[in-house]
Design a protein around this ligand. Structure first.
Ligand code: GLU
Length: 306
C-alpha cells in the first residue's frame, strides 16, 4: 500500500517534516499511523522530525494529553527533534501574520454565528456550510450597529472563491475553491488555518504529512501562503485508518489507543509493526528496528517511482 500511497511522489521524498497533534485526548491508531509515516518520510532522508502541539482551542484541550501523546510517540520509537513547540506560546507570530493580512485589506470582521451561516446555506446536513457573505460588504452604518452590539467579531479572510491548485503526493493535482474563512476567532484566538501556515513556514518544514480529513483545508492554507509570501511545503494526505467495520476510528473506543492495545496484550513495538504492516511495510508480527523500517520505506518508494 505504501507504493500506492506515494505513487505520485518523486523519489526520494526529502526534507523536514512534522507531526502536529491536538492535545484533546489520547492518540488513536490512525493518528499513530500518520505519525509513523510522517516520521518515515522525514527520517528516511535524514530530515528533522518536529512535533508541534496544536493547543489553541483551549476549550478542547485536555490537561495531561500532550504529555501522554509524546509518551505514546516515544513508546513507538518515533524520536523527534527538540524543541517540541506549543502553539499557545507563539501568539506573537500569529498576530503579526493577522496584521499583515489586515494591512493588505484581506480581512473583514464577521459577527455571524455558526447557526446563522448554516441557516443561510444550502449545504446538505453534515457538509461544511459555505460562508454566505453576510458581513463581507457591510456599510459604515451596519458596521457601527454591529460594533455597538458589544459582541466581538471574528476576522474572516477574503478567500472569495479563489481557485487554488496544489499537488498532493497521494491524491495528485487538486483544484479547490477558497471560501471566506475565519483567521481569528471571536475570542481572539488565531484559527487553525492561520496558525498552521505560520508555523509550517516558521519551522521551515518542507513536507506536511497528515490525515486526508485535512485535504479540504489545504487550498485555504495555500491561499494564505500566497498572501503572506510564504513557501509552500509539499503535501501528503494519508487515508485515515479504518476500524474492522470500515468506520472511522473514534477516540471514544479505548481499544484503539496505545493503552487500550496494551490491555489487549499488544506491546507498543508490536503495534508499530501492525501499523507498518497496514501499509505493506512488513508483516504484522515482524519486529523491525528503526534502520530496517526506514530502509524498507525508502526502497519501496524508490521501486514504486522507477
Ligand atoms: N492538529 C491537527 C489534528 O490533530 C493536525 C493539523 C495538521 O497536521 O495540519 O488533526
Amino acid at each position: 500500500m505504501v507504493e500506492r500511497l506515494f505513487q505520485l511522489a518523486p523519489a526520494p521524498i526529502n526534507g523536514d517534516g512534522r507531526f502536529a497533534p491536538s492535545p484533546t485526548g489520547p492518540l488513536h491508531l490512525g493518528n499513530l499511523r500518520t505519525a509513523l509515516l510522517a516520521w518515515c518520510c522525514a527520517r528516511s532522508n535524514g530530515g528533522r522530525f518536529l512535533i508541534r502541539i496544536e493547543d489553541l482551542d483551549q476549550e478542547r484541550v485536555r490537561p495531561g494529553s500532550a504529555t501522554q501523546q509524546l509518551g505514546d510517540l516515544a513508546a513507538l520509537g518515533l524520536e523527534w527533534d527538540e524543541p517540541v513547540v506549543n502553539q499557545s506560546d507563539r501568539m506573537a507570530l500569529y498576530d503579526d501574520a493577522i496584521e499583515s493580512l489586515r494591512a493588505a485589506e484581506l480581512l473583514y470582521p464577521c459577527w455571524c454565528t455558526r447557526a446563522e451561516i448554516r441557516g443561510a446555506s444550502s449545504a446538505p446536513h453534515g457538509e461544511p456550510a459555505h460562508y454566505p457573505g453576510t458581513c463581507r460588504e457591510l456599510t459604515t452604518a451596519q458596521l457601527q450597529e454591529r460594533r455597538a452590539s458589544g459582541r466581538q467579531p471574528a476576522l474572516r479572510a477574503r478567500g472569495g472563491q479563489a481557485e487554488i491548485t496544489f499537488l498532493d503526493r497521494v491524491h495528485g493535482e487538486r483544484t479547490d475553491l477558497v471560501d471566506d474563512f475565519v483567521v481569528a476567532r471571536n475570542d481572539g484566538a488565531p484559527a487553525y488555518h492561520l496558525a498552521v501556515v505560520v508555523d509550517d513556514a516558521a519551522q521551515a518544514l518542507s513536507e506536511v504529512v497528515r490525515g486526508d480529513d485535512l485535504l479540504d483545508s489545504t487550498a485555504a492554507q495555500c491561499w494564505l501562503q500566497i498572501q503572506l509570501g510564504l513557501p509552500r511545503p509539499s503535501y501528503v494526505h494519508l487515508p485515515l485508518l479504518r476500524d474492522s467495520d470500515g468506520k472511522r476510528m473514534s477516540k471514544r473506543d479505548s481499544s484503539v489507543t496505545l493503552d487500550g492495545q496494551a490491555e489487549l496484550g499488544h506491546a507498543p513495538l508490536q503495534v508499530r509493526s501492525e501499523l507498518a504492516a497496514s501499509v505493506g511495510l512488513c508483516e504484522p508480527d515482524e519486529p523491525l528496528d528503526d534502520d530496517q523500517l526506514l530502509s524498507r520505506f525508502s526502497s519501496i518508494l524508490v521501486e514504486s517511482t522507477e
